[in-house]
Design a protein around this ligand. Structure first.
Ligand code: PMP
Length: 375
């Protein structure tokens, strides 16, 4: 077996011990004579896995009792619509901070969902410059740039823009905006569980699992109970956040295998020392790359402002697209894959999620220095 160094943006690398555990348990889970996928979601074998995944999430992230931890389907994209459907009242609007392509998507879905229910959305701040193909996002805003309407249903931020490599609060100079009494809602799809976080600063956090914590098919929602209770009741039950909240995320059949894999990944994360250890490891990984980029300005250029440079997705350009193509090809020949930037922006992107091994970063940084030297 030969596994590659996987820098994919998502679905992304999973920790080898979590995969090996799945392989061991695949045909005969907990001596039950069947795979976990073949168990009823109402049976004690699966329920133990389900409860363990939630308990590990609570423990690792230090989730306060006043918050629910939910599993939802439909991807983070479904939450783009589901959050305003739950939280925007008639005549009310929600505020959005736009720092890249994913916040643009969240905003445009919210516009449709809120309008359907007699509400609206507003842009509290956008850091985008230029138009159309030239549009670019290179930073998170300073707190003073975010104009929050005190009557807003919530303030939405994308804590890490996966395509643009722009992340909140990796530098103290670019903290998450203060929203006062307005609940802060964060899409943490590409930077969930890589660092310690004070959950009580947020009203709702959501994250698709397929980058840092498992396979695709599951979205984790951490939400203040009071917001769940306040949620609208005139929307279909399947979209109300109270439905998974009241049913331990077992209202209908959940993606059992995905949740099982999350359990395996979180057990691995706990074994490594939890979020404090993971943050130190991740910061060291990303800074390996930013150092090489900055040391070779003739070859590499990171478009993102220093204070907003993502620890999860390191994006950079080479002088020409032909250079970038050669870079990706040569890296692949050395066993490093997934380095091509998102098709909408081009360039190179190295995703350095939790499961990406420090040794892979050493290999990539070494290759980059050598590539720059060769010219
Ligand atoms: N938000 C962010 C920040 C993302 O990176 C992605 C996926 N790349 C999404 C939302 C959409 O997630 P999904 O494909 O699970 O709907």
């Amino acid at each position: 077996m030969s596994r590659v160094m996987n820098f994919n943006a998502g679905p992304a690398a999973l920790p080898l011990p979590a995969l090996e555990r799945a392989r061991e348990e695949f045909l005969d889970f907990a001596k039950s004579g069947m795979s976990v996928m073949e168990h009823s979601h109402r049976g004690k074998e699966y329920e133990a896995v389900h409860d363990e995944a939630i308990a590990l999430l609570r423990e690792l992230l230090g989730v306060p009792d006043a918050y629910e931890v939910l599993f939802v389907q439909g991807g983070a994209s479904q939450l783009f619509a589901q959050i305003p459907m739950n939280l925007v009242e008639k005549g009310q609007s929600a505020d959005y901070v736009v720092t890249g392509a994913w916040s643009e998507k969240a905003l445009s879905e919210a516009k449709v969902a809120a309008a359907m229910l007699g509400g609206g959305v507003k842009v509290a701040c956008s850091t985008g410059t230029g138009e159309g193909k030239e549009k670019s996002y290179v930073r998170c805003p300073l707190p003073a740039e975010v104009k929050v309407d005190p009557a807003a249903a919530y303030l939405h931020v994308t804590s890490n823009e996966t395509i643009h490599g722009v992340e909140f609060e990796v530098d103290p100079a670019r903290p998450f905006p203060q929203a006062g009494a307005v609940p802060l809602v964060a899409d943490m799809s590409s930077d969930f569980l890589w660092r310690k976080l004070d959950v009580s600063r947020f009203g709702l956090i959501y994250a698709g699992a397929q980058k840092n914590i498992g396979p695709s098919g599951v979205v984790v929602v951490v939400v203040r109970k009071e917001l769940v209770a306040r949620g609208r009741k005139d929307i279909p039950k399947i979209f109300q956040l109270r439905t998974p909240a009241e049913n331990r995320s077992l209202y209908n059949t959940p993606p059992t295998f995905g949740i099982y894999m999350i359990r395996n990944v979180l057990a691995w994360l706990k074994g490594l020392g939890g979020l404090g250890a993971m943050e130190a490891r991740n910061r060291a990984k990303a800074s390996r790359l930013y150092q090489v980029i900055d040391a070779h300005p003739g070859t590499y250029r990171c478009p993102v402002e220093r204070e907003s440079r993502s620890v999860m997705n390191v994006v950079f350009r080479l002088p020409t697209e032909a250079d970038e193509e050669r870079f990706v090809k040569e890296a692949k020949a050395k066993g490093m894959v997934g380095l091509k930037g998102h098709r909408s922006v081009g360039g190179i992107r190295a995703s350095t999620y939790n499961a990406v091994e420090p040794a892979w970063l050493d290999a990539l940084a070494g290759f980059m220095a050598d590539f720059a030297k060769r010219g």
